[in-house]
Design a protein around this ligand. Structure first.
Ligand code: ATP
Ligand code: MG
Length: 296
């Protein structure tokens, strides 16, 4: 469908990051809400960053899945012809990072639901030969229907053959897998897809613990400390309160060698997901309705 910027009124800022600012907007005539992400490729002097912006647009144009945030249209923004805005499906319950901060930590049943939906999103993306490469709580969006969708394709790649070293990376390195730092040691038959599984494992662990697992609370995430923790540190362990199934799930994702990690399809049948099959979606929905409450 056709959308013009003039038909949209800004309601509030939803967030900003490396990619650009994101507004909540309302379509004046229909009252429909959207998220509008502004991108300014021509303001970027860095060619690599410019390329990434076009890549994000290209990927969003192609994807069509209930587990991936939908892009309704790409509109020209501003007078400069190089400026774009992505008109995205509005996710009214925010991202998993803010949900975590509201609840301090998330109960296992909700995590099983997060894992199931993100794995379905990854299964779709990987089938389309897209590696997301930036799975982390703030890039997983939620709505009040309890749907979780993968968003932010700012650093994604279509069918990677080469490895992207950390220094060519625009965002944070925190959720990057060991083979992104050291492909010779950890890469095996590297195809990039297993990196998304690593990041999902780290994300689930963070949502359970309430803080980023590879650094001490309060420790500054500098490049060297992170690389050491990811490539050489002991795999982060779960407290006794965690179930055996959750422990096993996280361990299956956080195998340091990419070849030993479970695949997305294997993880979709993991005992952690089957354990909470019947209740997980309800627990997540309740969590979304109960602000400022710790159910963990
Ligand atoms: P970062 O570099 O921090 O990852 P970014 O510039 O790549 O950010 P996004 O991750 O796409 O931008 O969006 C930033 C934030 O804006 C998200 O974490 C989310 O809170 C909010 N946001 C983005 N898209 C939507 C959406 N479709 N619906 C609701 N909120 C959204
Ligand atoms: Mg983001």
């Amino acid at each position: 469908s056709e959308h013009r910027l003039a038909d949209l009124e800004r309601v509030q800022v939803l967030g900003h990051g490396n990619g650009g600012i994101v507004y909540k907007v309302r379509h004046v005539r229909t009252g429909e809400l959207y998220a509008l992400k502004l991108l300014h490729p021509h303001h970027q002097s860095d060619a690599a960053v410019r390329r990434q912006i076009y890549r994000e647009i290209e990927i969003l144009r192609r994807t069509d899945s209930p587990f991936v945030v939908r892009c309704h249209s790409i509109v020209q923004s501003g007078a400069a012809s190089g400026d774009f805005a992505l008109l995205l499906e509005y996710m009214d319950a925010g991202n998993l990072d803010s949900l975590l901060r509201r609840h301090r930590r998330l109960p296992e049943a909700a995590l099983a639901e997060v894992a199931r939906q993100v794995l379905q999103g990854l299964s779709y993306l990987h089938s389309q030969k897209i590696v997301h490469r930036d799975i982390k709580p703030s890039n997983l969006l939620v709505n009040r229907d309890g749907e979780i969708k993968i968003s932010d394709f700012g650093v994604s790649k279509m069918m990677v053959r080469s490895l992207a070293p950390c220094n060519s990376y625009v965002g944070t390195c925190a959720y990057m897998s060991p083979e992104r730092f050291d492909p010779d040691t950890y890469g095996g038959s590297y195809d990039g897809y297993a990196g998304d599984v690593w990041s999902l494992g780290l994300t689930v662990l963070e949502l359970y613990l309430g803080h980023f697992p590879l650094l001490q609370e309060g420790q500054r995430p500098d490049w060297a400390a992170l690389m050491c923790a990811i490539c050489f540190g002991e795999p982060p362990s779960l407290p006794d309160s965690a179930s055996d199934e959750l422990r096993a799930f996280v361990a299956s994702c956080l195998q340091r060698e990419a070849d030993r990690r479970w695949t997305v399809e294997q993880l979709l049948a993991h005992p952690f997901l089957t354990r909470y099959q019947s209740e997980s979606s309800l627990v997540l929905k309740k969590l979304l309705l109960l602000p400022e409450q710790c159910l963990a």
